[in-house]
Design a protein around this ligand. Structure first.
Ligand code: PML
Length: 245
């Protein structure tokens, strides 16, 4: 199997600003077709035309782990305030501190990162070694059977089923790590207003209207329980190949 990754960035004053990314694990015979698809996606993102697109094609030599997909539920929220209150309540019930939730929203609203921020669920401290890049969840794919099952269930609740599948794939890998209590995600696509929170207890909860249309905010935060072996966690998120079943 092969890991395919795309990242697209704008370059302003020698600094890179993340525009979009995509990722999957495929048979060699599919690689050529998917490269084209990933490139199209890079140049057609509503965050704008990139100045740089990096496509990585890498043979996977280590064993691929199987991880169960989270269950999926959609919650209608009437406004971003409503969605933030609902998500706050869920996160507090999971034992995540007020401080940690404030840090997560601060990063989501004010920092454009390629990867996710890692937040100590108790102290609210940011743990990722590279605060500008964050930690990117990589080497992931959803098995076709599961994909079709979920597509059938969500088709009436979304106009962008592929985006939902990708997000469930990310969240299922993230939440499978024992010290990660929960994830919150707001899409960085200005046109996409659904976000989610995910946890072992409540699965993948889609929150409609978590932001207003046209807003250029977004990102992912993972709430982490201490003590944790940070290197082991980052290695798992970024490098361990995983198929979601
Ligand atoms: C993104 O890829 O933009 C993040 C998507 C988050 C929500 C996906 C959904 O469940 O609708």
């Amino acid at each position: 199997m092969w890991s395919l990754r795309m990242r697209a960035a704008k370059i302003e004053n020698d600094a890179e600003e993340h525009i979009s990314g995509a990722e999957g694990i495929y048979n060699f015979s599919e690689v050529e077709r998917l490269l084209k698809k990933f490139f199209q996606r890079a140049i057609k993102h509503s965050n704008g035309m990139p100045d740089k697109v990096i496509l990585t094609i890498e043979k996977i030599k280590e064993p691929i782990h199987e991880i169960k997909a989270l269950t999926v539920k959609t919650i209608f929220c009437s406004s971003p305030d409503d969605a933030q209150n609902i998500s706050r309540e869920y996160l507090i019930n999971l034992g995540i501190s007020e401080k940690a939730i404030v840090t997560a929203w601060n990063v989501i609203k004010n920092h454009k990162m390629r990867g996710a921020t890692l937040i100590d669920a108790f102290t609210g401290e940011r743990l990722e070694p590279d605060k500008k890049r964050g930690v990117r969840v990589s080497r992931i794919q959803m098995a076709t059977k599961k994909r079709l099952q979920i597509l059938g269930k969500i088709k009436n609740f979304t106009t962008e089923p592929e985006r939902v599948i990708e997000a469930i794939t990310v969240a299922s890998k993230v939440i499978s790590f024992s010290e990660i209590i929960a994830e919150i995600c707001v899409s960085d696509n200005p046109d996409y207003t659904t976000g989610y929170i995910a946890s072992k207890e409540s699965g993948y909860l889609r929150l409609l209207n978590i932001k207003n249309k046209g807003e250029h905010i977004g990102g992912r935060a993972f709430f982490v329980k201490s003590p944790v072996d940070l290197n082991k966690m980052i290695e798992f998120l970024e490098r361990t190949p995983v198929i979601i079943i």
